[in-house]
Ligand binder design. Structure first.
Ligand code: IVH
Length: 671
């Protein structure tokens, strides 16, 4: 293609991609299939690869792919990000309304919005292009999180008009996405986020934008800092303007001509907030007329033309009937409060996890106590504190049992851990949880093998561990309750069918501590077989990018146990696949990276290096540009080295290259 044609096509593709991105993320109403979108993106990526000089920061290809940073730069907000004064009841709200009338000497009307429980950000656009995004910080100074914000699909990189504006909004995570994220973290033994707000904050403050890109973040915008030629008469018009620029504005904004309708809005949402897919912690009431906003002005902290009406926390009081102890798959004992059922935020709460013995002790929660219960982030019920003033003296202090409630063997607690464990691998509760896990959807996905049947199989002594499943016959199953010949045959078939599951699922199914789906995938891709993992030492395991010392250690310990080695051997005999498809990860270990090689190398020939890098999915080009990730420079590197230094491209020696490769799980040893 002639260069004019290339430029035209690139512009066309970008416009199409921006448009479809908008349909998908902002309007939630896509016009084309994901595949078609991917194809457009692919074409643009290829054209930009061939013409790196055409890449611009706001190209749709630039949402992800930035390298991790070592810290965030400080941003001084051109106009401060103010906070809001609070109102906690009708009276305080009324006082706010009266103040606005008194100070403006006028009738006042309002716009009500939901108060999203997320993180305030400022988005700076110059001539319609997104150039910088920052956290609120202390209101005057925040942190530059531009690269992380770019990964959020609902934030436009280019606006519909070439305006220069500072847009304010709230980044948040939907409850369902939060629950799924936490579930993945639980599976892999990572610490859980307490609520969607914390998850959103943790995700935005990631030093590696790649991690942020994997987190399901969204945004609603609700105000403007500075805006050139902003001639709106009302806040409503301001929101319409933001919408027309391509931003996501919440659909539940409401014009309220008087205080009565404001109260109606508040009551409605206090009642219905559980139905929203995201958390709100109140309603923001804003004076509608911009002229009145200007007259009212602001204090050092907050505008006088707006107030946040805060909902009461979703709490309730009930009695702890008992505290029982559950034994999990890995033997961890978890205390659980059984509550007199109560209604919180529209659902019945009858139990709440107490996490571990320390938490019960620190909060001093006793059996028989009246307690304040809260739905943290509207999802997980949590016991906040006991009402000591309601104690009668009959309450019983909870003690973690010294024996496992399931098998009676002595429990253990490591000095550096909060968890108490049953270490008896024969423990029935663990056996049960292990089998449930093995058959579960993300593991071996054995259709029809749920907890009820597993319990029966254990009770009838038909299975003791997952390998036993593969020797079950339909006849044996017929002895179980509620199983006819047809379902017995189906179950046997489903079990046999699971032999073909991928290596990562098999690894996950084994239930090794800290090995969730993601870690299992990385292990499978890196080692390619269970045998290779069993034979790897801790150091080799820790060389896999996503695997730290702790996981490496538990994996080693798992395979050192005779019992586990036997389990693997029996699964293999049963026909369960213990080898993966070709180690995919290695093949694309360097995907997305662009290298340039220059100068005289010592350890290997230039051609050899280039071939190997390409083999791992890297692009190797002949000249250094802004798109270059690494320049491998040997002796007498000339102009390319100078260019790299000028552009701030990372320059590697041969030894450093070996290190970079190792970090990505591939090795290239010098002879
Ligand atoms: S307007 C000058 N509108 O609440 C007005 N804020 O407590 C500035 N918030 O820092 C804010 N939803 O993070 C506004 N619809 C909404 C909001 C909202 C949530 C947050 C925002 C602000 C905090 C103030």
């Amino acid at each position: 293609m002639a260069s004019d044609d290339v430029r035209r096509r690139i512009t066309e593709l970008r416009e199409q991609l921006h448009y479809h991105n908008y349909r998908y993320f902002v309007l939630d109403d896509p016009e084309i299939a994901d595949r078609e979108y991917d194809e457009l993106m692919r074409e643009l990526v290829d054209l930009e690869d061939e013409h790196p000089e055409e890449v611009t920061p706001e190209s749709p290809t630039q949402r992800v792919g930035h390298r991790p940073v070592s810290g965030f730069a400080e941003v001084v907000h051109r106009e401060p990000l103010l906070s809001l004064a609070n109102a906690f009841d009708e009276e305080e709200l009324q006082a706010f309304a009266e103040r606005t009338v008194r100070r403006t000497g006028d009738d006042v009307d309002f716009v009500c919005e939901l108060k999203f429980d997320g993180l305030a950000v400022s988005l700076i656009y110059e001539d319609g292009r997104f150039v910088q995004g920052a956290t609120r910080g202390d209101g005057q100074r925040g942190e530059d999180i531009t690269q992380n914000l770019k990964t959020i699909g609902a934030i436009p990189l280019v606006l519909s008009e070439p305006v220069s504006v500072d847009v304010r909004g709230e980044v948040f995570m939907r409850r369902a996405d939060f629950a799924a994220l936490n579930e993945r973290r639980r599976e892999s033994g990572e610490p859980l986020f307490a609520n969607p707000r914390n998850a959103a904050a943790g995700s935005l403050r990631q030093l590696d934008p790649q991690v942020t890109a994997d987190r399901p973040l969204d945004i609603y915008v609700y105000s403007l800092g500075y805006a050139e030629n902003a001639g709106f008469a009302t806040h409503g018009e301001r929101l319409e303007f933001l919408k027309s620029l391509g931003f996501k504005v919440n659909p539940h904004v409401k014009y309220c001509p008087d205080l009565a309708s404001v109260l109606e809005y508040i009551l409605y949402w206090d009642d219905h907030r559980g139905e929203l897919p995201y958390d709100i912690d109140g309603v923001v009431v804003k004076v509608n007329a911009v002229s009145q906003q200007d007259r009212l002005g602001a204090t050092a902290k907050s505008p006088r033309w707006a107030v946040a009406y805060k909902f009461a926390a979703e709490q309730g009081v009930t009695r702890v009937q008992d505290i029982i102890v559950q034994v999990g798959r890995t033997g961890v004992l978890t205390p659980l409060a059984l509550l007199e059922p109560l209604q919180i935020a529209g659902s019945t709460v009858a139990r709440a996890t107490l996490h571990n013995a320390d938490i019960v002790q620190n909060k001093d929660i006793r059996i028989g106590d009246y307690v304040v219960v809260q739905k943290a982030g509207d999802v997980i019920p949590e016991v906040v504190r006991p009402l000591q003033e309601r104690r009668t003296g009959d309450e019983k202090v909870f003690e973690m049992p010294l024996q496992c409630p399931s098998c009676g063997s002595t429990v253990q607690r490591a000095s550096d851990e909060a968890a108490t464990r049953c270490v008896n691998t024969e423990c029935p509760a663990q056996r049960f949880e292990n089998l449930v896990h093995f058959a579960s959807r993300n593991a071996m996905d054995i259709d029809g093998l749920g907890p009820a049947i597993i319990q029966q199989l254990l009770d009838a002594d038909l299975v003791r561990n997952p390998a036993d499943l593969y020797w079950l016959t339909a006849e044996q199953l017929l002895d179980l309750e509620r199983i006819g010949p047809k379902s017995a045959a189906n179950l046997v078939a489903a079990i046999q069918d699971s032999c073909g599951r991928s290596l990562d699922r098999v690894l996950f199914a084994l239930g090794i501590r800290h090995v969730g789906s993601e870690v299992a995938r990385d292990l499978a891709a890196h080692f390619g077989s269970v045998a290779a993992i069993m034979n790897a030492d801790q150091e080799e395991l820790a060389a896999v990018p996503s695997i730290g010392e702790k996981i490496a250690q538990t994996v080693c310990e798992f395979f050192q146990k005779e019992q586990n080695r036997n389990l693997v051997a029996r699964l293999e005999t049963a026909g369960v696949a213990m080898v993966g498809a070709e180690a995919q990860r290695t093949k694309d270990a360097l995907e997305g990276l662009t290298f340039v090689v220059t100068g005289r190398l010592e350890g290997f020939s230039r051609q050899e290096v280039e071939e190997r890098l390409r083999g791992w999915g890297a692009k190797v080009t002949g000249s250094v540009s802004r798109r270059t990730d690494y320049l491998l420079a040997g002796d007498d590197a000339g102009t390319k080295l100078a260019k790299a230094q000028e552009l701030g491209v990372t320059v590697l020696t041969e030894d450093q290259l070996v290190e970079v490769l190792q970090e990505r799980g591939v090795s290239f040893d010098k002879p």
